[in-house]
Design a protein around this ligand. Sequence first.
Ligand SMILES: [Zn+2]
Length: 345
Amino acid sequence: MKNDPHDGLLAIDTHVDIPWPDGPSPFADGPRCVDLPKLKTGRIAAVCFAAYVPQGPRDTAGHLAATTRAHAMLDAIAAMAPADGTGGLITASAEAIEAAHAAGRTGIIPAIENGYAIGRDIGNLDAFAARGVRYITLTHNGHNEIADAAIPRRDLNDEPSVHGGLSAFGRGVIARMNELGILVDVSHASKASMMQAAALSRTPVLATHSSIRALCDHARNLDDEQLDLLRETGGLVQITIVSNFLRLKARAADLTVADIADHIDYAVRRIGVDHVGIGTDFDGGGGVKGFMNASQAPNLTAELARRGYERDALVKIWGGNFLRLLRKAEEESASFLKKRSKILS
Ligand SMILES: [Zn+2]
């Protein structure tokens, strides 16, 4: 197609789930929403793959199991980039993502969904950073040692709040994430946790897969006050395409890319195009008619172009803003290391 607005974009999807590693590579052609052939067809340059850890008991055994699981999931993510060159490339920096894109290779950005994976041991952050993890979602559904979640887990006897937002430990976790260049993902966090994290973090925070509360009153979405704080602090909301986060009680078949574009429009009008992106939550519940898998990404771009989004805006929304945030995290980490080596020398 001539003048396809998706052509040449460095498109990044900031949140995709992987299966529990018990079968063939999750990157092989198959029934999932995201695999290598679909990413090629949809011209998605890079994907943040989440090592997802469900919330469990907040005790020593629970924390040990969570850390072990996160490492196993990271092994599965690493396996998407086999040495024979048939898969993608692990791209743990903004520069590496751009280089992979220039070389026509798919970028794989490791991430962890649920800070429960570090338990009560902040040293686990260093091990995850060493494996290329570029963001950690502070919580999943259910409170952990770091923060309160937007959705408590009744089966784990969660109170509405246990920390009033971030815990003292959680504040230390964010400070260490800043030093290591790991971005703070506030999707799934309670409003108090999110607002405190945004105010505290030296690197702006992002919601890697959340939509707009004013359009869909779901606890996982961000309200206007939260959006405004993201603008003030330089953060991002990455609009997600889970049907009931776009319209309450809707199913995938009820919605189209126009519904996604409505949420993007709202965020852009409220906080500006520099603070908005896309995180599908494919293979974790994401998908609407016309954008049921990664191969159909150009349909959303076409809808945005139809609404008047020009090249510059599409570049920012589809990954430019996320790359900017990654670079900020890298600069923050580099300046910390420089200060430390000065003190130690
Ligand atoms: Zn999630």
